[in-house]
Structure formats: C-alpha cells, structure tokens
Design a binder for this molecule. Structure first.
Ligand SMILES: *Cc1c(COP(=O)(O)O)cnc(C)c1O
Length: 414
C-alpha cells in the first residue's frame, strides 16, 4: 500500500478533465477583457469572479491553487513565481517595520538571508532557534512578534521539530505559525497540526523534475468566533476579515503582497507543476522507502550519514512517531573534508551536482563551498554545515544502484 494512498485518486482526478481537453488548459494571457464596464467594476470590487490581470491571479494557476488548498485542508492558496516568492508573499502580507520574527530550525539559505539581511534593512528583526529550544522560544514572544516561522525538516541539518508542541505555544500566545513544508508535502500536514499558513517551493518534489520554478502559499480559514487574526496583533488584517470573512487571508496576501511586489505565478509554470503534482504520491512513496534503505545501508558501510531513520539520530523517536510517513528526499553525508567531498561527488556516476533538491534524479552538493559560502563560521556551525558536508537528494533510480554508486565513489576518493 502506498503511504500516500489517500492522494493517489484525488490528484489525477483533479488535474485531468472529463470533457474536452484532458490536460489542463494553459492560459498565458497577461490581461483579460471584461466585456463591459459594469463587469469590469464587478471584477474589481470582487462581486464578479473573473480574472482581473495575471499579476493578481491566473486561471491555470487557479486550478493548481485549488488542488494545493485541498491537499492541505486550507480555505485557499496563492501560487507564486518561486518558493522565495511564496515566503516573501506570506510574510510581507503580515509584517511592518518594528515587527519581530522567531525562526525555528532549518534553515534554507535563501530564507536565512531574507530574514537576517533583507528584512533587517526594513526594520524587521528575526531571532533564530533550534527546534528543541521550546522554553526560549516561548520566552522570546513579545507584543511585536508577528510570525513564528518553522521549517518542517532541517535542511540540511536534518533535525525534526515537534510541530504540535510549537503550535501549542503559538496558539497560547495568539501568534501566527508559518511552516515551510517544501521538503515534506503529503507526509506532514501543518494546518492539521495547528499551523496557520504553509509555504511551498513547488520547484522541488511537487513538480519533481526541474521543469518549472514555482511556489505557493496555503492559508487556513478564518474561524467564526475566536481567531488569533482577530486580535490586536493582526489589526491590519481586520478590514479583510470584515469584507471577506473566512477567506480574508487570501485577499490580504493578494492585495498587500502580490499586487504590490508581483511575485506572481504564470500559466505555463503552473501547468508543468500540475503535471508533476499528479504523480507526487507515487514518487514520494518510492523515494521515502529508498532514502531509508540507502541511509541504513551506507551507515552500515561506515559512511557518516545524518538522517533520523538511524537509531543514533537525536530525533529518531520523533521520526518514528510524528514523521511516520518519512521526512522527504534528503540526507547528508559528512566526508570529513572538502577534498574528500569533492572527490566523492566527482567520482559518482549517478549524482547530478546541483543546488536543487526533490528531483526524479539523485542530486548532491557540497554545502560549505556553495549555498553557505558567504556565511560566517559561527552561522555555519549553527546551521550544521561542516567542511566535508554533502547534501544528497535521493531520486527515483533503483536504490541498490545508488548504494553501489556511492560505495564505488567513496572507495575511489579515499
Ligand atoms: C528551495 C527552497 C526554498 C526556495 O524555493 P525556490 O523555488 O528556489 O525559490 C524555500 N524553502 C526550502 C525548504 C527550499 O528547499
């Protein structure tokens, strides 16, 4: 049985049409004629549900958005030009100068520089925490804390957060919990665990074949009665709640980020993303099995592997209990030195050396000389980047072929 059986029917049925063209229609028009001025007025005031202009939403992307919202139990989603575009949209739609972010775990290099350098220039500060510093995280929440940001799996430190425990803290304090679920779509359902907003880079395993850069933000419903977004902390969202009720976060993101910053998706990219998405449950299931098998086999052969399936990993129990459907496509290998890491990557016949992850092919990259080259030693240490560290993203190849290739490459590099 596939680990993600519940999605296998859903995705293929939602992507294809029963009548006319089966494959989704690619609508790449930047603009849309309104027909008459009354309709134009209705589109702008929201009473007529027709496309306005592609920066604000595209019909092909709208199909993708519906599928992603249903996947995570959200009220809606907004597609973006990239994963960073999605993170920017989700955060900028809530933040103002003087606000604070608490960032837990991870952290993807682009998100780290966005928080630590770019947002700092606009007067927004971020404090960074390890996944297990729950008391320090709770103590750091102030009136100015707008977003608690969490990566579902440390990339590349492979540490696993207790998402439910962190959600209990954010719920207690009425603060938004935003989860970057790029590495673990399907296997982790952040909204069900108590998160409010999910960001995805669809570039990775969701599309799964390097054909399209993209991202998406999935939003939860605004609850009738009590809701943290109705508190004083989120006063800027209140006009949207008044006008759009349950759907307020969609309007807020579109009008306060997408319209003004333009991190918009495009029809062709969303089309390619849907073609990937319809096979996501099959690919995820295969890769999660392969990752576990390969990590255990290489560990037995004496490789220094970091993955929570290994009993020696500090979050092994959490992996078994809370990540029972796996934690995505990644593990890391510490080769001990930059030279050994380069030799291993160069000798491998299967690895594609690239900064991407979540592909049909097995990918690998030496961390310190690439994504983390501009980071201080102390930051690298916090993020777990040692000099010989290689991040591997397992693909769809036969797992025994991968194990044999890695053993061969290591023997040649010693
Ligand atoms: C790749 C990635 C991003 C950024 O996505 P892009 O599509 O490259 O902009 C964000 N978060 C995580 C965890 C990622 O792996």
């Amino acid at each position: 049985m596939n680990r993600f059986e519940e999605y296998t029917t859903q995705f293929v049925q939602q992507v294809g049409k029963k009548e006319g063209a089966v494959s989704p229609a690619i609508i790449n028009s930047a603009s849309f004629g309104y027909g008459d001025s009354e309709t134009g007025e209705g589109i702008f005031d929201g009473s007529v549900k027709k496309p306005l202009y592609s920066r604000m939403g595209n019909p092909t992307s709208a199909q993708l958005e519906q599928i992603l919202a249903a996947m995570d139990g959200g009220i809606g989603a907004v597609a973006a030009s990239s994963g960073m575009g999605a993170t920017a949209m989700a955060t900028l739609s809530l933040l103002k100068s003087g606000d604070e972010i608490l960032s837990i775990g991870g952290l993807f290099g682009g998100t780290y520089s966005y928080f630590s350098e770019t947002l700092t220039r606009f007067g927004i500060t971020t404090q960074f925490f390890d996944v297990d510093e729950l008391e320090a995280i709770e103590a750091a929440i102030t009136d100015k804390t707008k977003i608690v940001f969490l990566e579902s799996v440390g990339n590349p430190n492979m540490r696993l957060p207790d998402i439910e425990a962190i959600a209990q803290i954010t719920t207690r304090h009425g603060v938004v919990l935003m989860v970057d679920n790029t590495i673990t779509p399907l296997s982790i359902k952040p909204l069900a665990l108590g998160a409010d907003i999910i960001v995805y880079s669809t570039t990775k395993i969701i599309t799964g074949n390097a054909s399209s850069l993209g991202g998406a933000v999935v939003f939860r419903v605004i609850n009738e009665g009590d809701d943290k977004f109705k508190g004083e902390r989120y006063a800027e969202v209140h006009p949207f709640i008044k006008k759009m009720g349950a759907m307020a976060l969609i309007g807020n993101a579109k009008k306060r980020a997408l319209r003004d910053f333009g991190m918009s998706s495009n029809g062709f990219g969303s089309y390619l993303t849907m073609l990937g998405l319809e096979t996501l449950p099959l690919r995820m299931d295969r890769i999660v099995s392969s990752v576990e098998k390969i990590a255990l086999a290489l560990d037995r052969e004496g490789f220094v592997i970091n993955h929570p399936v290994l009993p020696s990993h500090p979050h092994h129990d959490r992996y078994l209990k809370q990540f029972s459907q796996g934690c995505g496509t990644l593990f890391t290998i510490d080769m001990g030195s930059k030279e050994a890491a380069f030799a291993f990557l160069n000798h491998s016949k299967l690895i594609t050396i690239t900064a991407n992850i979540g592909d049909s092919r097995t990918l690998g990259l030496h961390m310190a000389s690439t994504i983390y080259r501009d980071f201080d030693e102390s930051v690298r240490e916090f993020l777990g980047i040692t000099s010989g560290l290689i991040r591997v993203s397992i693909g769809l190849e036969n797992p025994d072929d991968i194990i044999n290739d890695f053993s061969m490459a290591r023997n040649l590099s010693l």
